[in-house]
Write a protein that binds this ligand. Structure first.
Ligand code: CU
Length: 173
């Protein structure tokens, strides 16, 4: 997906550069700046307004999808399942390894030694959600799994030599 977006962006960039090049090399008549300044001023004014409106709309429409606990709680409702998670060098402990699908799960995430990153990957390899696991602090992560399968937990915070061993799994069914 990301590679696809990158390719589209790159092709668009090449086309845009080619168009600019084509226009610039064919511009034979020099127009004094006074002749176009009114047009440019109008373009700037309406262009700026358009950008502000588009960005404001994008901001408002994306607010419910912000990954903050309050917006997640409003969207997913109170947790129906609670999973205690402990991160330590170099393993994850979960209070349960099977999670019902379609229910709001609260991961109560702690660490006993150093900072770890609690990252959950879907069966197809996408990362679906993550939160820090910190010593002396409890993080709560709400999520609802709609797809059944085996999910993988990986540590997302380099936590010394055994960091790559911090892999665990749970099943959604
Ligand atoms: Cu780690």
């Amino acid at each position: 997906m990301l590679v696809g977006v990158g390719v589209v962006f790159f092709v668009f960039l090449l086309l845009w550069t080619a168009i600019l090049w084509w226009v610039a090399t064919r511009a034979s008549v020099l127009v004094p700046y006074e002749g176009i300044s009114a047009v440019v001023t109008r373009l700037r004014r309406w262009g700026t307004l358009l950008i502000v409106v588009v960005l404001a709309l994008a901001f408002l429409l994306s607010l419910p999808f912000l990954p903050y606990p309050s917006s997640r709680a409003a969207r997913l409702g109170p947790p129906q399942v609670t999973v205690e998670v402990t991160g330590r060098m170099w393993a994850w402990e979960l209070s349960q390894k099977t999670i019902p699908r379609g229910q709001t799960v609260e991961f109560v995430v702690r660490a006993v030694d150093v900072n770890h990153g609690f990252g959950i990957y879907a069966p197809d390899g996408r990362i679906v959600t993550q939160v820090q696991a910190m010593p002396g602090y409890t993080n709560r992560l709400l999520y609802r799994f709609d797809e059944p399968g085996t999910y993988t937990i990986r540590c997302l915070e380099f936590c010394a030599t055994g960091h790559h061993l911090m892999v665990a799994e749970f099943t959604v069914q």
